[in-house]
Design a binder for this molecule. Structure first.
Ligand code: S6P
Ligand code: ZN
Length: 191
């Protein structure tokens, strides 16, 4: 199947694409077990099941050579001291990279390799982040009151390994601090 050239368009302030192929909505209930403060999670879940983030995808065939891109909109909030965040994943084809371009808001991209290296990069409007092959990645919204909006693109055959992060978490967490967000070791990280 050959893909014809195509365009999509986004505009501030909400950057929701006028056209897209797939819309993913992830709620608090999709993140059970991922936030460090379980009591805070249950308190928030008791009040409903808020949407944490939405992804608008521009699909292409899942084969090497194609790029899959889209817009990710991560809402603001906290579970205990921990900011709203995406599930996070390794790519199933581990040797595939990804580009993120921050369009709006304030965030941190938490990243780590299977070998134990860890990195946290600030995202502000204009930031272009290269996530190299092998690095798991999770977006974290550290703004008090605005969405974190990013454009992303990655090899369409990369796939997602969510299970590794679901079972052991990320090595580092991003928490609210007195003046600025702080990153700490995840006390529940499992080898
Ligand atoms: C996919 C890419 C993004 C994420 C999105 C949601 O490789 O990294 O499109 O899918 O930011 O995060 P997650 O961890 O729920 O897929
Ligand atoms: Zn990815």
């Amino acid at each position: 199947m050959t893909v014809q050239p195509f365009v999509h368009s986004i505009r501030p302030p909400d950057f929701i694409p006028e056209t897209f192929d797939n819309h993913i909505v992830r709620r608090l209930s999709d993140m059970r077990g991922q936030f460090a403060d379980e009591a805070a999670y249950e308190r928030l879940a008791g009040g409903g099941d808020p949407v944490l983030y939405e992804v608008y995808e521009f699909l292409t065939p899942a084969v090497a050579g194609e790029l899959l891109s889209g817009i990710s909109i991560l809402h603001s909030g906290v579970v205990g001291e921990e900011y709203f965040m995406t599930k996070g994943h390794f790519h199933e084809v581990l040797d595939t990279a990804e580009i993120y371009h921050c369009l709006s808001g304030r965030g941190v991209m938490m990243m780590e390799t299977p070998e134990g290296r860890s990195a946290a990069v600030d995202l502000v409007p204009g930031t272009i982040l290269y996530v190299p092959p092998r690095w798991a990645h999770r977006s974290v919204n550290v703004a008090g009151d605005s969405d974190l909006i990013t454009f992303f693109a990655y090899p369409a055959h990369a796939g997602h390994d969510y299970a590794t992060i679901e079972s052991r978490g990320f090595r580092r967490l991003v928490l609210q601090g007195d003046r600025a967000p702080r990153t700490v070791d995840n006390p529940r990280w499992k080898e």
